[in-house]
Design a protein around this ligand. Structure first.
Ligand SMILES: *[C@@H]1O[C@H](CO)[C@@H](O)[C@H](O)[C@H]1NC(C)=O
Ligand SMILES: [Ca+2]
Length: 231
């Protein structure tokens, strides 16, 4: 009986760790600056990426740099990095190097938060960044490269090494919601759909079916920013 109970508990914990959770309408809240608090995302990346788009909605008062999305491989901590360098400037890094995008103040609607999408295409090396459904000037980044599928992916902390090397001055304080990733470059219409939180096919990371681990002081709560408020 005791043995059966133990195996049931073991089964429950296995199922728990593999569970996909629908976080629709919720956000991860990072209430204080730490160099530990993070959410580790555990999607299956089936093969090296030659096209991708990653989107999320962020609400913060930070004026220092902070990380939105940190995807580290063993060869480089900045395999994919989306980083707010300062207000109205984003850095987008692929395979190490990065490019900067300057956001015209009229595109941003802080303090209601910003919806950010970044996409990259290996064949052309074109990198795009969209804020609240509006495009910034395209940049050239890592033409011909492919992104390693063996990655540690996290929100809240910026990895300087594979799964570690955090800096309290680069953490997110605020909240993040509607995190999605696709293995393709979204069309302009699709980016607007993503901004309004309409479903799009072929997710690698799906906020409505998310496999993740919370480490440290992160709280899942009803989102204060939403497509309705931001849009
Ligand atoms: C990536 O995009 C290029 C250019 O649009 C396309 O030719 C290629 O088939 C895509 N690769 C994958 C794996 O989807
Ligand atoms: Ca760093």
């Amino acid at each position: 009986m005791r043995k059966m109970l133990l195996s049931l508990l073991l089964l429950a914990s296995l199922v728990g760790s593999l569970a996909l959770e629908d976080l629709d309408g919720k956000a991860f809240v990072f209430p204080v600056a730490t160099k530990t608090a993070r959410v580790v995302l555990k999607p299956t990346i089936p093969r090296p990426l030659t096209n991708f788009t990653v989107c999320m909605r962020v609400l913060t008062e930070l004026t220092r740099g902070y990380t939105l999305f940190s995807y580290a491989s063993k060869r480089t901590a900045n395999e994919i990095l989306l980083y707010s360098e300062k207000p109205n400037q984003y850095g987008f890094y692929v395979g190490g190097p990065g490019v900067l995008f300057n956001v015209p103040p009229k595109f941003s609607n802080s303090p209601a938060g910003e919806h950010v999408c970044a996409s990259w295409e290996s064949a052309t090396g074109l990198a795009e960044l969209w804020v609240n459904g509006q495009p910034l000037v395209r940049k050239s980044l890592r033409k011909g490269f492919s992104v390693s599928p063996e990655a540690i992916i996290m929100l809240g902390q910026e990895q300087d090494s594979y799964g570690g090397g955090f800096d309290i001055n680069q953490c997110l304080v605020g909240e993040i919601t509607d995190v999605y990733m696709w293995e393709r470059v979204l069309s302009p219409d699709e980016v607007v759909f993503a901004w309004h939180n309409y479903p799009l096919p072929d997710y690698l990371i799906n906020w409505k079916s998310l496999s993740y681990d919370i480490v440290g002081d992160v709280i899942a709560k009803p989102a204060l920013l939403s497509a309705q408020r931001a849009g």
